[in-house]
Design a protein around this ligand. Structure first.
Ligand SMILES: C[S@@+](CC[C@H](N)C(=O)[O-])C[C@H]1O[C@@H](n2cnc3c(N)ncnc32)[C@H](O)[C@@H]1O
Length: 244
């Protein structure tokens, strides 16, 4: 018995992996994060398969549903947004399933931070500018571990990709400034990257809270901050990959 945790990608139904799509086509039961997953992805599910939205389910209910379907010999796909390895609450589901003797397989997906970078047309690492990317979030409903506040993990030499935090603009600004990011650091936000309804803004760190509020970007928004977002900083910087 096995449950497949499949990364659906950021939105655009063409951004799921070939493997993820095949599993969806074969599944008897699909449970998906209905608030974050593009409805077009469900077009891959075969007619007659059961489809459940998970946004109103509690953890135990979700796990029981998957376990019972498995026990009945059904093939179960748990579809999560972006890549399952990031902010997907996958650990708590797989550990409860494994306790019931059900094994889990994770199929990776395109994360929203990759889709946001693609939409902005930037590479997040650039020679002489940034060679690291920090994936982080501000403190929200899920508390951050001791010593792992944004200001503890960000660094001005690294590009920051911030999830789940667009509604916390002022707090974000405080944390970035406390870490030593200059106020004028380029910053961008992408709402629903790769969806038809995608919107993006490009600004400076000091203006980010105001711009997020003005554009009404609170949810499903990925924030990128770093020198690498400034076109003039990237100009002429070459890696050694191609010589010269
Ligand atoms: C519960 S987390 C899931 C992250 C997901 N596992 C990933 O790899 O993108 C949800 C957060 O991811 C970001 N997010 C997910 N999909 C997005 C999209 N299409 N565009 C922009 N941000 C997105 C937002 O920051 C949102 O608050």
């Amino acid at each position: 018995m096995k449950v497949y945790f499949v990364g659906a990608g950021p939105g655009d139904p063409e951004l799921i992996t070939v493997r993820g799509r095949r599993l969806l086509e074969e599944a008897d039961v699909v449970i998906y994060a209905d608030s974050l997953i593009h409805p077009g992805i469900l077009g891959y599910v075969r007619e007659g398969a059961e489809i459940h939205g998970s946004s109103s389910m509690r953890l135990q209910e979700l796990v029981d549903l998957m376990a019972e379907a498995c026990a009945a010999g059904k093939m179960v796909v748990r579809l999560v947004s972006g890549d399952p390895s990031l902010y997907s609450a996958v650990n708590e589901q797989t550990s409860l399933l494994e306790r019931k003797g059900i094994s889990c397989e994770i199929v990776p997906g395109v994360s929203s931070f990759s889709a946001a970078a693609a939409s902005l047309g930037v590479e997040l690492t650039c020679p002489e500018v940034s060679q690291a990317v920090v994936l982080a979030r501000a403190e929200g409903r899920t508390p951050l571990p001791e010593g792992a506040r944004l200001a503890d993990v960000l660094h001005p030499s690294a590009t920051a990709a911030v999830f789940l935090s667009a509604g916390l603009g002022e707090e974000l600004l405080r944390e970035f400034l406390a870490t030593g990011f200059p106020e004028r650091t380029p910053a961008a936000a992408v709402y629903r990257a790769s969806w038809e309804s995608e919107r993006r803004l490009e600004t400076r760190l000091e203006l980010l809270p105001e711009r997020l509020a003005r554009e009404g970007m609170h949810h499903q928004t990925l924030i990128l901050v770093g020198e690498v977002l400034g076109r003039e900083r990237r100009e002429g910087k070459r890696s050694r990959l191609y010589g010269g």
